[in-house]
Design a protein around this ligand. Structure first.
Ligand code: TXE
Length: 499
């Protein structure tokens, strides 16, 4: 480990030393009811960096009870006062950007520059965006018909109550912010369950939320394993909604559990996104977009452009450019200078990805480069060199299943309608990319693609104002934008007799 890395870790030691108190109930951080802990590892070295509380159903019960009490104090504040708290949270995130980014990189492995600009930078903007919404949530007056003039009728957008937010490990602070900020802006109280692998930035965020003057009990957190803390939250009768980002299997469990109390759900369940390069595209930009589309965050991105469809006339040149760029990507500790790609989240995730590399080769695809465990200093971490497959068929497992790692599948295509059909021939529908200089084709194809987001001549763009979520098996409901905010509200029609 270089001295720069050790120094960066030393800079967050005080936060790490508080990690055991990661169950936050009624504004008070503490251990779990059982006192059990979960070790959190630096995926670049395999070393334990902290131990977080392993919460269980008893902690979730306490947290939901605190959130039920906290709801009133949050709703008693004026909309402007609630907005001020959210604006202050945004400012505190920016003020502590380096510390939060260091925690994120240490926990997740991603390069520090990604943590600073993408995770922490966009998280602050998300808080600011939803802070603005607090004072703009309004109902409508309705032109009801008979009996004419006898009633005045209007709608109110009301909070749901206590909501449960379950967050994965790939963008811990960012996805927490995606869910928490709109839930609060809409007037709900919250129980947050971060991933057991990456709870450190949430731990620090809870402290900043407290510093911003959030009334106790409005935001509660239970860290712990999915089948313990998570399952208790999704089954809790007093939780009105679950907003979840994670695997399809867990999403299906949440749907089943929601039946008992008819919880409202927002589910973002990953994808297998197609990125389509037409021959009239700016090929240099397209190659760059294809690379960041798949290798950002080590490929552990729900909207990763993991299926790259390249027109046959430019396929070989594009493949050569991708191979050479992929071979040049610098792997290293996320906190080290010059690192372009960090380790995967865990050894188990790397094993999973390696299973797909093997399946791809066995089913007849050609591994052009990558897919190796680097040696030397990196051998102790869960690193994998960026991999590119060519000669992939649409029916192969690597073309159909979410790999969630740095593995790109490249396909050749011949014409537009063929490629649209193949791009849509997936169970998922989270995102897609289109690279072309033909404006008519760009929009025509974007309209035909079955995906919640389509990027034209760019990839992985996100903004708090733009809704994000999936078609088909990629889930339902939306994060971000006004739609996410409204998903944390319910509409009441009020009828007043004028007779
Ligand atoms: O996800 P899980 P995992 C996909 C990706 C990845 C695979 C497995 O393909 O390889 O899922 O990842 C909580 N009740 N995505 O196993 O288990 C868990 O504690 C309630 C795509 O880590 O779904 C964590 O907080 N909660 C994805 C969260 O669910 C439960 C991002 C996500 O973990 C639970 C992550 C239960 N029974 C993985 N079991 C994306 N859409 O971006 C687990 N959890």
């Amino acid at each position: 480990m270089t001295s720069a890395v050790s120094e960066a870790i030393d800079g967050v030691r005080d936060v790490l030393s508080r990690a055991g108190d990661s169950v936050v109930v009624g504004g008070k951080p503490g251990p779990s009811a059982t006192g059990e802990v979960i070790d959190t590892l630096d995926p670049a070295t395999g070393e334990v960096v902290a131990s977080i509380a392993a919460g269980t159903a008893a902690d979730v019960d306490r947290a939901v009870a605190a959130a039920t009490r906290g709801l009133r104090s949050w709703q008693e504040l004026s909309a402007a006062a609630r907005a001020r708290v959210l604006y202050d949270i945004a400012a505190l995130i920016e003020e502590h950007a380096e510390q939060l980014a260091t925690l994120e990189t240490l926990d997740n492995g991603k390069p520090l520059t990604e943590s600073i600009f993408l995770d922490v930078g966009i998280a602050a903007e998300v808080w600011r965006y939803y802070a603005g919404w607090c004072t703009k949530i309004s109902g409508q007056t309705l032109p009801v018909s008979p009996p004419v003039g006898s009633s005045f009728t209007y709608t109110r957008r009301e909070a749901l109550g206590v909501v449960g937010l379950i967050v994965p490990w790939n963008f811990p602070l960012l996805i927490t912010s995606w869910k928490l900020a709109p839930a609060l802006a809409a007037g709900n109280s919250v129980v947050l369950k971060p991933s057991e692998m990456t709870s450190l930035s949430a731990l620090r965020l809870m402290e900043l939320i407290d510093e911003a003057g959030m009334p106790p009990g409005v935001v509660n957190m239970v860290t712990g394993y999915g089948p313990d803390a998570g399952q208790a939250l999704i089954e809790h009768p007093d939780v009105a909604k679950i907003s979840f980002t994670g695997s399809t299997a867990t999403g299906q469990r949440i749907v089943a559990a929601s039946a008992a109390s008819l919880k409202k759900l927002t589910l973002e369940l990953g994808g297998k996104s197609a990125n389509i390069v037409f021959p009239d595209a700016d090929l240099e930009n397209a190659a760059q977009g294809a690379l960041t589309g798949i290798f950002l965050n080590q490929g552990q991105v729900c909207c990763a452009g993991s299926r790259l469809y390249v027109h046959r006339s430019v396929h070989d040149d594009m493949l050569a450019a991708l191979e050479s760029a992929a071979r040049g990507i610098e792997l290293g500790h996320g906190l080290a200078d010059g690192t372009e790609m960090g380790p995967l989240i865990s050894a188990a995730q790397r094993d999973r990805v390696e299973g797909y590399l093997q399946a791809g080769t066995e089913q007849g695809a050609t591994l052009v480069c990558g897919g190796e465990r680097p040696g030397g200093e990196l051998a102790a971490g869960s690193f994998l060199t960026p991999a590119v497959f060519s000669g992939v068929r649409d029916d192969m497992r690597i073309a159909r299943e979410e790999i969630f790692g740095p593995v790109l599948s490249v396909f050749a295509f011949d014409d537009e309608s063929e490629v649209v059909g193949r791009a849509n021939g997936s169970d998922f529908g989270l995102a897609a990319g289109v690279w072309t200089s033909d404006i008519k084709r760009a929009h025509r194809v974007a309209h035909q693609l079955q995906a919640g987001t389509v990027w034209i001549n760019q990839y992985n763009m996100l903004d708090p104002a733009a809704p994000f979520g999936g078609y088909k098996a990629s889930g339902y409901g939306r994060d971000l934008g006004e739609e996410s905010l409204l998903g944390f509200t319910q509409t009441k029609s009020v009828w007043v007799s004028l007779d």
